[in-house]
Design a protein around this ligand. Structure first.
Ligand SMILES: [Zn+2]
Length: 277
């Protein structure tokens, strides 16, 4: 896992290319850290039902071909409309522009925990602006700046960083999913993941929205390995099937394999306990 943390930091360093000279302050938020006692009290209530995706009637459906990395020409089409570019201001005053998150209910999105941390100074996000259907700062389907609150799986980097718990659930103060749509969520078994093809879409590179297909090459209790082509900024990207059901969150990568969080019961339980599902 040490190696994983190293590649993760390498990805983040590359992300700092998008550090802002000036801030366009987003909405303020509160972050809830993991509570060990609560984690132990998780009780699974059997096989959870999938959460269905939602496609607003007002939005066209985008094409998701089975190609290698493709730049999305129309990011305002679903499901790209449900993917956010995050512009974050941290407690230390640093800013980043370029991480990814994705809607999974009418008012909640998922990303990687490290997407809302300044790794240089170990400070958490204070303000975030979410751009959905992003083409440029002045041209997006929906720009969200009001308040938010987040639940994260790890106290990285102030406390213990766990690459196995590098997830964040962010609840927005408005039901913007009516406009952006959202991905479904599927809680897959090992067999449903291993060797199967999934798409990953996020704001890598410039940042520009692109997608890439690949296969799940490794399955662990909490994480998955996959061979989709990723770029810095893809952290927090949805890994989803052709029915728009997300099965994972991209978090890190190396030359040979990329890694992500599985959508799994402990993440689902945090959503249920906090009234988000
Ligand atoms: Zn900083």
């Amino acid at each position: 896992m040490k190696k994983l943390a190293a590649v993760l930091l390498a990805l983040l360093t590359a992300l700092s290319v998008f550090a802002l000279a000036e801030g366009d302050d987003g909405g303020e938020g509160v972050i809830h850290f993991p509570d060990a006692a609560q984690a132990d009290s998780f009780v699974s209530d059997g096989d959870p039902a999938d959460v269905d995706p939602y496609i607003p009637e007002t939005l066209e459906k985008g094409i998701i071909g089975k190609d290698d990395r493709v730049t999305v020409k129309k990011p305002k089409q679903y499901p790209y409309s449900a993917i956010a570019l995050l512009e974050t201001k941290y407690e230390c005053g640093c800013g980043y522009f370029g991480a990814t998150g994705f809607m999974v209910t009418e008012d909640t999105l998922l990303t990687a925990a490290h997407c809302i941390v300044c790794t240089q100074h170990g400070k958490w996000a204070k303000k975030i602006t979410f751009y959905f259907g992003y083409k440029s700062k002045k041209n997006s389907l929906y720009k969200y700046k009001p308040k938010w609150q987040a639940w994260v799986g790890t106290t990285f980097p102030g406390g213990t960083y766990s690459s196995e718990d590098d997830w964040a659930i962010i609840n927005l103060n408005r039901k913007i999913g009516d406009k952006t749509g959202w991905f479904g969520m599927r809680w897959c078994s090992n067999d449903e993941l291993m060797g199967h093809s999934f798409c990953m879409a996020g704001f890598g590179g410039e940042p520009k929205l692109s997608y890439a297909w690949g296969e799940i090459t490794n399955v662990w209790d909490k994480q998955i390995g996959f061979n989709n082509d990723t770029l810095p900024g893809n952290s927090g990207s949805p890994i989803f099937d052709d029915g728009y059901y997300a099965v994972g969150i991209a978090t890190s990568g190396s030359d040979t394999e990329n890694y992500g969080q599985r959508l799994r019961d402990d993440i689902r339980q945090v959503m249920v306990k906090n009234g988000l599902l």
